[in-house]
Write a protein of this length. Structure first.
Length: 95
């Protein structure tokens, strides 16, 4: 089955958009869009951001919220969540 990243990449190219176009329209950082298309979820700052970015990306290239929501739910059923380890020098963590 085609991954979400592969699907977004295929539809984006079919519509004639570059990733730079999508970044400009959605205001999503280009590196996050690249990570989404490469299914590199470890580079996205959490699942909530991932889902929001994917939905915005999809809307920008004409994919309905129902369609992308269905794909997100299907992916969540088959893939374990990505957990980003915290760095020991992460200043946001207080002990």
């Amino acid at each position: 089955m085609e991954t979400i990243g592969e699907y977004l990449n295929r539809v984006r190219k079919t519509c004639g958009y570059s990733l730079e176009d999508v970044a400009g329209i959605t205001k999503i950082n280009l590196r996050y869009l690249e990570a989404i298309e490469h299914d590199d979820l470890a580079k996205i700052p959490g699942d909530t951001f991932y889902q929001g970015f994917v939905r915005s990306f999809a809307k920008c290239i004409g994919i309905s919220d129902e369609e992308i929501g269905s794909r997100i739910r299907e992916t969540a059923k088959t893939e374990p969540p990505v957990v980003k380890p915290h760095s020991p020098d992460d200043t946001r963590i207080r002990q």
